[in-house]
Ligand binder design. Structure first.
Ligand code: AOF
Ligand code: ZN
Length: 373
């Protein structure tokens, strides 16, 4: 069938609606991807909407099909992700689509999940359904970027967050760092925390700030708190340890951590994880693999500069939330957000694709994804 330019524009319009629906599942569907779907009748009216609302729940297409009922016959389905063709927690969406008599399916992007990965598209085509793939591809790919990282790289999507002064300092020369950013910025961080699977920080930050690393108020998820602490120095009186029986805390240590400290932390309710490697970067890599095995999809890293530096050197930062407060701290010894080895040549600098710029409480917030060269 010949499809005119205006039909393509209509299909993109449908896909943008499906994208907006999909985002409603953020924080509720992980480790599944967010997915949204819209059904239009042959005359172009929207007759069904749906999204994947929660892990284990119905898939987006099935929700949209049940909203449309028999009117779906002869209609067009727009779905942000390739429909699944496997029996997971629910039956395959392809079967439901074919059964409903939908004649055209437009798809945002392929499902990288090995049990699907093109199989859903083939099955629809074999059943005589017209299929168009790659509609709003940049947006639909971005939507599932954390899911794709988990499936393909077997580690979580890593979001690095920091708050710095206009001159790029995260603490004063004597180490004071609370609070550089505005209250509105800190509220945004708490909302972000509430949809994470993990919140990670280094022992330096834990010793300096005694953080809780919990979302306040609580969000849709209860993130695992993760502390990078090679030598198991975390004090038993710290707020992290004192709350460990109520909110899970994983203390990631190395081979040089004293055994009695490991025992004390475990006795206080912490989960102790020990890397076999003495190298900090290798420990971090192993930890990310461990978190991927546990199917953590999104992990927020809140510093400090050593942890962020090691992650940056390992090219393991996927997304950045940089809060810039309109203040000047100065001082040759005042730290910057990212330490580590850094890069020697600007040509090898990671580029940030800026997605949002906001001004919470007078700060500047730059959010974007990291494009490694
Ligand atoms: C779709 N539509 O709305 C979603 C899909 O365990 P299950 O049954 O929930 O299946 C999860 C897998 O199905 C997930 O890994 C991904 O490949 C796909 N997600 N597929 O057709 C949806 N959420
Ligand atoms: Zn499905």
């Amino acid at each position: 069938m010949h499809v005119s330019g205006s039909e393509h524009a209509f299909e993109e319009h449908l896909m943008r609606q499906a994208l907006a629906l999909a985002r409603r599942g953020e924080g509720c569907v992980e480790p599944n991807p967010m997915v949204g779907a819209v059904i239009a009748s042959a005359s172009g009216d929207i007759i069904g909407e749906g999204w994947h609302e929660a892990f284990g729940g119905p898939h987006a297409e099935v929700a949209a099909l049940s909203a449309a009922g028999t009117a779906a016959r002869g209609g067009t389905l727009a779905v942000t992700l390739e429909p699944c063709c496997h029996h997971g927690k629910t039956p395959p969406c392809t079967a439901a689509i074919i059964e409903a008599g939908v004649t055209r399916v437009i798809v945002g992007t392929r499902d990288p999940f090995p049990a699907v990965n093109g199989g859903g598209l083939d099955e629809l085509a074999r059943a005589g359904v017209e299929v168009r793939v790659g509609v709003c591809e940049p947006e639909t790919r971005r939507l599932i970027a954390p899911f794709r990282t988990l499936v393909e790289q077997k580690r979580p999507w890593v979001i690095a967050k920091w708050a710095m002064s206009l001159d790029g300092r995260v603490a004063t020369s004597v180490g004071e760092s609370r609070w550089i950013s505005s209250e509105a910025s800190r509220e945004m961080v708490h909302r972000l925390r509430g949809r994470m699977d993990g919140i990670l920080c280094g022992i330096g930050t834990a010793l300096a700030d005694d953080p809780l690393l919990t979302p306040r108020p609580a969000g849709p998820r209860q993130p695992l708190r993760i502390l990078l602490d090679s030598l198991a120095r975390l004090p038993l009186e710290s707020r992290l340890v004192r709350t460990a029986r109520d909110v899970p805390l994983l203390v990631a240590t190395g081979p040089a951590a004293p055994t009695d400290r490991l025992r004390q932390l475990a006795a206080a309710g912490c989960e102790v994880w020990q890397s076999a490697s003495a190298d900090h970067r290798e420990q971090l890599r192993e930890l990310l693999v461990e978190l991927g095995t546990r199917r953590l999809t999104n992990v927020l890293v809140e510093g400090g500069p050593t942890v962020l530096g090691n992650l940056a050197d390992a090219q393991a930062i996927d997304e950045v939330w940089a809060f810039v407060a309109p203040t000047i701290i100065g001082g040759a010894r005042s730290p910057a957000p990212i330490a580590g080895a850094g890069i020697a040549l600007l040509a090898s600098a990671a580029a940030i694709e800026v997605e949002h710029v906001d001004h919470p409480g007078g700060d500047l917030l730059v959010r974007g994804v990291v494009r490694h060269g």
